[in-house]
Write a protein that binds this ligand. Structure first.
Ligand SMILES: Nc1nc2c(c(=O)[nH]1)N[C@H]1C(S)=C(S)[C@@H](COP(=O)(O)O)O[C@H]1N2
Ligand SMILES: [Mo]
Length: 410
């Protein structure tokens, strides 16, 4: 946040003009014409601290994705993490020392409220590397096009989250026997700015909520959460659509039924129970649609970048990551002949459950010319990524088709 340049609502401070010019590295011509509410693009808060090559899909709300070659690190740096907001970032001043988390709902024995300092003092702190992938990652591959952000391959990250286990908090609160689901509430605003409207409130079954790796986190890659990623507190649930990892978290409801918050209904984060024809309209009932739970097996080539040129006779070093929702990845293969033959790569074990795994390969090309390198992962139950786009669905979710890059041997 460039709070010394402009405040949360984007008013440019007059005194900041000189600083701003300094940061741009040159004079801002026509600065006197800048409207008072104007946030200079170069410093727009959504992109503050982000890598310049991130791809902006929209800015109201912010939806920003990462090109695959920027995801080369084992732990995704904050500047390379995708952003997916359904509404507007909280505009109030956030003070972590007064921020609270309330656990309530039909299935708690008592309602209890904790300050962040209480969480830190009362419960053991854990750090996990967790894959967060938007349920709509890969949506742009579906024909006919479905509504929603047209993500390519980059709505995924695996960063290091630090916080306390949700299960430790829930055990401290005390649950009734009928607890089956949790739902989160965050402080972001509905795009209409109507405070009575909740923009998103999703959740997971109690079994997933009680897993060791399900965290209430205040830290990302060893630093305070950035505002865009949920400062000061966030639910983090690895392996499931990242929409269940609620940002700007202030309340968790423990439910005696499936959570019925915003974006739990219709075809939101749901897929048809039975395959449908591409473009087919289907009544949006729970009989027809199931909630997406564990994400399917997937992989990325993060090096080299597509379009790489290599000298004939040289072998090419390839690398990337693979992940499989709640499961581990068993094998990763590459192909240079459109899937006719596959070579096994070297695959590392995950740092912890629900972290992505690194793979690496050396590939030889038989002659000069154009190639595509494909990567395909197989999960611990033997299920493989498809080589073609998987079943079309009205929400455009779960496209886990093989990632590919173009290589020219010269
Ligand atoms: N409060 C709140 N939490 C949220 C969202 C949101 O809009 N509001 N978006 C969800 C969705 S759909 C995704 S994919 C992830 C994205 O997390 P990130 O922006 O930190 O990468 O946050 C989830 N948590
Ligand atoms: Mo998402």
């Amino acid at each position: 946040m460039n709070s010394h340049i402009h405040n949360r609502r984007g008013f440019l401070k007059k005194s900041a003009l000189t600083t701003l010019a300094g940061m741009v590295g040159t004079e801002i011509v026509f600065a006197k014409n800048m409207p008072p509410h104007h946030v200079p693009l170069a410093f727009d808060e959504g992109l503050a601290g982000k890598h310049p090559d991130m791809v902006v899909l929209s800015d109201k709300p912010w939806n920003v994705e990462t090109p695959p070659h920027l995801l080369d690190d084992a732990i995704t740096p904050i500047e390379r993490m995708f952003i997916r907001n359904n509404g507007l970032v909280p505009e109030e001043k956030i003070d972590p020392s007064t921020w609270t988390l309330t656990i309530k709902g039909e299935s708690v024995k008592q309602t209890k409220t904790y300050k962040i300092s209480d969480l830190k003092a009362k419960f053991k702190t854990y750090t996990y590397q967790l894959v967060l992938e938007c349920g709509g990652n890969g949506r742009s591959g579906y024909v006919p096009q479905t509504s929603g952000n047209q993500w390519d391959q980059g709505a995924v990250s695996c960063a290091e989250w630090t916080g306390v286990r949700l299960k430790d908090i829930l055990n401290d609160v005390g649950l009734k026997d009928d607890a089956v689901y949790i739902g989160y509430y965050g402080k972001d605003l509905h795009p209409s700015r109507d405070p009575s409207k909740v923009v998103i409130s999703r959740g997971v079954p109690i079994k997933k909520a009680m897993e060791d790796e399900t965290l209430i986190a205040w830290s990302l890659n060893g630093k305070d959460l950035p505002l865009m990623h949920g400062f000061p507190l966030r639910l983090v649930v690895g392996g499931w659509p990242a929409s269940v990892s609620g940002k700007w978290l202030h309340t968790i409801a423990v439910r005696n039924k499936e959570h019925d918050g915003a974006k739990m209904d219709g075809h939101s984060y749901r897929v048809p129970r039975q395959a449908v024809m591409p473009g087919e309209k289907l009544a949006e009932t729970p009989e027809n649609f199931r909630i997406i739970e564990s994400m399917p097996v997937k992989s990325l080539i993060t090096f080299p970048k597509t379009g790489a040129m290599i000298d004939v006779g040289k072998s090419l070093s390839l690398r990337g990551h693979a992940w499989a929702g709640d499961l581990a990845v068993k094998d990763v293969f590459t192909s240079i002949d459109y899937g006719a033959t596959w070579q096994k790569t070297t695959l590392q074990t995950p740092k912890n459950r629900l972290a992505w795994q690194q793979w690496a390969a050396q590939v030889q090309f038989p002659q000069k010319g154009y190639y595509e390198v494909w990567v395909r992962a197989v999960d611990s139950q033997g299920v493989s990524q498809p080589m073609v786009i998987p079943a079309w669905n009205p929400g455009g979710y779960l496209n886990n088709a093989c990632h590919r890059i173009a290589v020219k041997v010269v």
